[in-house]
Every structure is written in structure tokens, then in C-alpha cells.
Design a protein around this ligand. Structure first.
Ligand code: FAD
Length: 494
């Protein structure tokens, strides 16, 4: 197979954004939102209707984080999540989560209609399916749950695409959209309504004072009464606590041209998830995501992309055009973490969407803004970040956290030599372990290979030419500049 492809998300195709100025002075604000993905911008959107002074900062540009790398489905048919929630908390909680997802779809739809946002929003049937006999009973349980919760669904035995399927559930009242066009439209609305937005402005520290916070960038300080952590993996604040309450799952995505947009989306409930949707711009594209695994087990990008392409290729009329990978934060009980991190301290978070952040990030915007404006939100208890979780019911998840722990330990002991390609050398300088990447001009780029976040050993990603953390997902360029958190520090060697 000849692959003429670019390693970037399809949603960046044809999008031109002007970078807003970064913060250049110390400021005071009522609310500081850290992170401008779907969570941060949705929160800013709702607060823009209030008379509060609101500031949103992003270390990169609005929308270009995880949100720009999703499959852009707005669906409540979320694999087997309802089975899991019902197992842990019972039917009523799972039903409430179902209602919350339908409500989230409704609020996104209303925002799009009321503001006439052009973001390729369209109605799209959703399927969850399996091609494995031993998974059919799980889908039957899901069907029983949906029916008990008064939700219409159909059972079928094939997908509208050439793809192995033995049993599937289908619902019709779901949607897809262009996630980046949506977020960038919200950014424009927020700017017009007076939200202060600073791009290329990274918060590296947050200090609690009596009744306010000081958020620090490299050069300036923002004084804020309330702070919203909307930075996807907000654990630079509490590095030792949250990484063991959640874990990062990494997935690979590829897209190529097809004859026809078949106007449906699907996700498998097998051990390794396969996710499908279509997108039409000048041509019709199939987008395919898969090979989802806990981050530490998913570091061999070249092999994983090769395996992914093998799955998708037979359904395409051309070679693959776009490919990328993405991470999301998974919680032990299947419910997001949205709300006050600590009520007295006025610190709020929105994260842990279990790969369903288009609905949950939008909903987080509504819940977090309601909390800030002292309004009751009917979902605030459901997603309370400080809720008690019954450990005996989440034993599998503990396994995943042990995985993260093991990845950490393995990275410490083995130091991952086997991962390094020929253009990488590992040396010790002044007692520090350094990685040297030699570029095509024979220039050496030296970095410290310990991640500043929790001291995992970094692995070189030969596709993107970055140093990636197998434990918590931080990424650094060849000269050591951090390009993705939770680390807020560089690994450059002077
Ligand atoms: C393969 C894949 C497919 C998916 N598809 C879907 C889907 O079809 N439907 C769905 O509902 N969900 C989907 N998701 C989940 C969804 O993509 C995420 O849950 C969601 O985008 C997370 O949004 P966010 O706002 O929390 O994070 P982000 O979009 O990453 O936003 C966080 C922002 O914070 C900024 N930031 C980070 N640190 C700092 C700092 N220190 N200072 C300042 N700014 C900072 C970043 O630059 C970034 O812009 C998918 C996930 C994966 C992995």
C-alpha cells in the first residue's frame, strides 16, 4: 500500500485561525478559565451572558487540543457505558446519565441554531455493534436498559458498511458535527461578548490565597476569585492525586476518501474499540478510530498506524489521507468529573469524559457556569468530582490504574531502550540521563529524558519527532519545549 498522507487531524483541513495576543501584564478577573477546548469555551460562552469579568487563557490556540482530534459524534449511544454505570450505581443513575447526554445534545443543537453556526451539524444514526458471539449478551443488556429507560432502539445484524457485525443496536436521534468549526464559532461569540481571551499563555502554577487565586505564567500573574481547570488533564495542580484516580487512553484515527457518505456512525463493544463515522466537505470521507488502550501500552505509533490502516483500507476508494492520535481521560466509574474540586476554594474542574467529551464538555460548560453563578444544576451531584466510589465495583479499573503505575515503574527500571530508533542516542551528562536526536542535517538536539511531571522516562515518537511520556501523556519537541501537559516545564538541556 502506498500511503500519501499527512499526520494531522482532518478537522484542521482548510481551517485558518489568527492567534490572539498572549498575556503581557498582570491582571485581575472574576473568573479565570484555564484551557480553551470544548469545556473551557463552553463555560466561557455561558458566562458571557453574565456581568462577570471572565478571562480565558490557552497555552496554545483555542480548540487545537484534544477537541480538534475527536471523531465529532454527538451521540448518547456510548459503547457499553450505561452497563458499567448501572453495575456500579444502579438503574436510576445510569438513566440520569442517559438523560444528561440527551440534554447535552439538545444544548449544543440550540447553540448552533440560535447563533446560526456553520459547523456541518447533521442528523446521523448511531450504532453500537459487535462481531463476537461472547459480547452479544452485553448488547442485549444495553437494549434492556434503553427500553427500561423509555428509549427507542432497534436491533439489527449488519451495518450499512462492509464490516464484520453479528449484533447491533441502532438509535436515530443523534448527530455529528465539525468539532473545530463549532469551537471556533464559540470563540468569536465570546470575543464579541467581551470575554478576555489570551492564547499562547500557559499557566504554570496556581497559588491559593485567602479568598482568591494567583495563576502564574512565566512572566505574569492573574488574580482571580474563581478558577476553572478546563485543561483536559488538569493535574499539574494535584500531580500525585488525580493520575491514580483516572487514566489516559490513547486511540489512533485515520481517514480517507469514500464513494458515498452513508450518514451513520458506529462503535464496537469489543475489547479493542473500533469507531466509524463519515464526513463530507469537497469529498466524502470515512473516519476510523481504533486501537484504544491505556497510554503506557500504546507507544509504538508506527506499528499501531500500520495495523489501523489495515482495518480501514478495504473500505476506501483511495489511500489514507489523514491520520493522527488522541488521548482522553478515563474515570473508574464511567462518570465525568465536573464541578467544585473543593467548594470552599472556588476551584472547579471539568474532565474525565471517557471519550465522550463533545456531549460532556458541552454539559460541563453549562454545569460549571451554573455553579459559578450560584444556580442549581440538575446534574451537579451526578458528576461531583468528590463523589464516593465503591471500590469493590470498579476492580477492573483499579487494574488499569495499576497499569499506569506499572508503566511508571517499568519506565523507571527498563528505561525503554527498545523503543528508541537509530537516530536516538541515550547518554549521561553531569549525572543526568539525556536523549540525543540527530536530525537530517546531522544536527544534534539534546534533552533531559525525565518527564518533569512525575519523573517517568520519556519515549521518542519517531513519527512526530517528539518525546512522549508513557505515564501521563506529556509531550515535548526535539529541543525539549513542552507541547502538551500535564507537564508545564520544558526538558531542554542548556
Ligand atoms: C480518538 C478519540 C475520538 C473521540 N471522539 C469523540 C466523539 O466522537 N464524540 C465525543 O463526544 N467525544 C469524543 N472524544 C472525546 C473528546 O475528544 C474529549 O473528551 C474532549 O475533546 C476533551 O475536551 P477538553 O476541553 O477537556 O480538552 P482540550 O480540547 O484538550 O482542551 C484543553 C485545552 O487546555 C489547554 N491547556 C492545557 N494545559 C494548559 C495550561 N497549563 N495553561 C493553559 N492552557 C492549557 C490546551 O492547549 C487545550 O487547548 C474522542 C476522544 C478520542 C481520544
Amino acid at each position: 500500500m502506498v500511503i500519501m498522507m499527512i499526520y494531522k487531524s482532518i478537522w484542521l483541513q482548510g481551517i485558518k485561525t489568527k492567534t490572539l495576543p498572549s498575556l503581557k501584564e498582570d491582571i485581575t478577573t472574576d473568573v479565570l478559565i484555564i484551557g480553551g477546548g470544548i469545556t473551557g469555551i463552553s463555560t466561557a460562552y455561558y458566562l458571557s451572558k453574565s456581568n462577570m469579568n471572565v478571562t480565558l487563557v490557552d497555552s496554545n490556540q483555542i480548540g487545537l487540543g484534544v477537541t480538534s482530534k475527536t471523531t465529532g459524534k454527538l451521540t448518547y449511544l456510548q459503547e457499553l457505558l450505561y452497563n458499567k454505570i448501572q453495575h456500579i450505581y444502579g438503574f436510576n443513575t445510569a438513566k440520569k446519565y442517559l438523560e444528561s447526554q440527551k440534554y447535552a445534545i439538545e444544548i449544543v443543537k440550540n447553540i448552533i441554531i440560535n447563533n446560526d453556526i456553520k459547523c456541518d451539524f447533521e442528523s446521523n444514526s448511531s450504532y453500537v455493534f459487535t462481531d463476537q458471539n461472547n459480547n452479544i449478551h452485553k448488547l442485549k443488556d444495553l437494549k434492556a436498559f434503553l427500553n427500561n429507560a423509555y428509549n427507542d432502539c432497534k436491533v439489527i445484524t449488519h451495518l450499512p458498511i462492509k464490516y464484520p457485525c453479528k449484533y447491533a443496536i441502532k438509535v436515530d436521534d443523534t448527530f455529528v458535527f465539525h468539532p473545530l468549526k463549532y469551537v471556533l464559532a464559540l470563540k468569536e461569540i465570546c470575543l464579541k461578548r467581551g470575554i478576555n481571551i489570551y492564547e499562547k499563555t500557559k499557566i504554570i502554577d496556581l497559588e491559593k490565597k485567602d479568598n482568591y487565586y494567583l495563576a502564574k505564567t512565566n512572566n505574569n500573574v492573574i488574580k482571580a476569585k474563581k478558577v476553572v481547570l478546563a485543561c483536559h488533564y488538569p493535574f499539574f495542580i494535584t500531580p500525585s492525586f488525580f493520575p491514580f484516580k483516572t487514566y489516559l487512553e490513547k486511540s489512533y484515527v485515520a481517514s480517507g476518501i469514500v464513494d458515498k457518505n452513508k450518514k451513520f456512525n458506529a462503535i464496537s463493544c469489543n475489547d479493542s474499540t473500533h469507531s466509524i463515522r463519515y464526513y463530507s466537505s469537497k469529498k466524502d470521507y470515512l473516519i476510523y478510530a481504533g486501537l484504544s488502550k491505556s497510554l503506557g501500552y500504546n507507544m509504538n505509533n508506527e506499528k499501531n498506524f500500520h495495523d489501523l490502516f489495515w482495518h480501514i483500507q478495504s473500505n476506501l476508494t483511495t489511500d489514507i489521507k489523514y491520520s493522527w492520535f488522541n488521548y482522553d481521560v478515563i474515570t473508574p466509574d464511567g462518570l465525568p468529573l465536573i464541578g467544585y474540586y473543593n467548594k470552599d476554594q472556588n476551584l472547579l474542574i471539568g474532565t474525565g469524559y471517557n471519550t465522550w467529551g463533545m456531549t460532556n464538555g458541552s454539559l460541563a460548560g453549562k454545569i460549571l457556569s451554573d455553579l459559578i453563578l450560584d444556580k442549581k444544576n440538575k446534574y451537579q451531584e451526578l458528576f461531583d468530582p468528590n463523589r464516593q466510589i465503591n471500590i469493590s465495583k470498579i476492580i477492573n479499573m483499579i487494574g488499569s490504574n495499576v497499569d499506569t503505575g506499572l508503566t511508571y515503574i517499568t519506565s523507571k527500571l527498563k528505561k525503554n531502550y527498545s523503543f528508541y530508533p537509530d537516530n536516538i542516542k541515550i547518554v549521561y551528562r553531569h549525572g543526568k540521563r539525556c536523549g540525543i536526536y540527530t536530525d537530517h542535517l546531522n544536527k544534534e538536539h539534546v534533552v533531559n529524558t525525565l518527564c518533569p511531571h512525575m519523573k517517568c522516562n520519556l519515549i521518542f515518537n519517531n513519527i512526530d519527532k517528539t518525546w512522549d511520556c508513557p505515564c501521563h501523556g506529556s509531550r515535548f519537541d526535539i529541543d525539549g519545549k513542552v507541547i502538551k501537559g500535564p507537564s508545564v516545564y520544558n526538558i531542554s538541556v542548556k
